[in-house]
Design a binder for this molecule. Structure first.
Ligand SMILES: Nc1ncnc2c1ncn2[C@@H]1O[C@H](COP(=O)(O)OP(=O)(O)O)[C@@H](O)[C@H]1O
Ligand SMILES: [Mg+2]
Ligand SMILES: [Zn+2]
Length: 303
């Protein structure tokens, strides 16, 4: 289903052309994306490549009534191009809403799956994003990829998938003069994509620069009312030292001691201000099943 033959041929073609006409190392990813979205139709037998087909005139209409409508191939090509441009990694290609288990022993995942389906249904009427929270291997990436693919297929929405750590790494690499991608080339789609999936938020240790970068991205998307779907392994809890108004009072030294032994929270990883911004941008969906699917599948495949 993924990676249409047509789309792939086009992408390779454009990449080769770039290499031939220009010896310098152009940013292939950037080209792919721009080209993929504009990819022209292969010659279609229905419309002979015009993109228009004649619609049947009504029985009562005059014989001069030659109406034309958009040919189906136009929609299909656009959707294939969108899918190719969404950057869904190979290892997540199999992920669909339809193959996400939520019955029997997986019934604790049913609310999350329902939220995902409802999100697709309601988009773009409701543009509030999703924050999928749960421990590793609970199916967060699977659901978020399933959502992106459904949005593309069913609604022709432009989606973009980025792993948080990869994105930060690529932005950082773009400062390297040997790599001819500018920070802006890279960030433009991340700022502008109609729907961005940011997978594994907080997976790399926070630094001042990482916080600034996340803030830049999320604020840009917030200001443009664009939808962001986020997954994270970290509990949606405050940063160390932040005392919630309704939390039982504990001494400061106790809070510090507790913070030192507890696991990092999302607040620790992205900062409290970004966490509360996320709450404005997203609805929280918890995946708290007991199964770690990575273990299930690992043992299944070797068993
Ligand atoms: N409910 C589910 N039904 C079917 N497969 C699942 C389900 N949840 C997870 N998986 C599969 O298990 C693996 C790990 O899931 P993943 O989405 O990567 O977990 P997470 O992102 O929460 O760490 C993937 O191969 C995924 O397709
Ligand atoms: Mg994941
Ligand atoms: Zn056609």
């Amino acid at each position: 289903m993924m990676g249409s033959k047509m789309g792939e041929t086009k992408l390779d073609g454009s990449r080769m052309k770039v290499a031939q006409t220009d010896g310098t190392k152009l940013d292939a990813v950037k080209m792919d994306r721009a080209q993929a979205i504009k990819a022209p139709a292969e010659v279609c037998p229905l419309c002979e490549g015009t993109g228009w087909k004649t619609a049947k005139a009504k029985a009562s209409g005059s014989t001069n009534d030659r109406r034309v409508t958009r040919c189906d191939c136009q929609l299909r090509t656009r959707r294939e191009a969108l899918l190719a441009a969404a950057r869904i990694p190979k290892r997540h290609e199999h992920c669909e809403l339809s193959n996400f288990e939520f019955e029997g022993s997986f019934s604790r995942l049913a609310p999350a799956r329902m939220a995902a389906c409802r999100f697709v249904e309601e988009y773009p009427l409701n543009k509030t994003g999703l924050l999928l929270v749960g421990k590793a291997g609970r199916g967060k990436t699977h659901l978020s990829v399933g959502i992106a693919k459904a949005l593309i297929r069913e609604k022709g929405v432009e989606c973009l998938f980025y792993d948080y750590a990869d994105l930060l790494k690529q932005i950082q690499d773009s400062y390297n003069p040997a790599v001819q991608t500018t920070e802006l080339d890279l960030l433009r789609p991340v700022f502008k994509a109609e729907v961005l999936v940011l997978d594994d938020l907080g997976s790399v240790r926070p630094t001042e620069w990482r916080w600034d970068t996340v803030r830049l991205i999320l604020n840009a998307r917030y200001n443009d009312s664009l939808t962001t779907i986020i997954t994270t392994n970290f509990a949606d809890e405050p940063a160390a030292g932040v005392i919630e108004p309704d939390a039982p009072r504990v001494s400061e030294s106790f809070a510090t001691a507790r913070a030192a032994v507890r696991d990092d929270t999302l607040g620790d990883r992205i900062g409290e201000r970004m966490r509360s911004r996320l709450h404005e941008m997203c609805r929280i969906v918890r995946l708290d099943g007991e199964n770690d699917f990575r273990k299930t599948f690992r043992s299944a495949s070797f068993g």
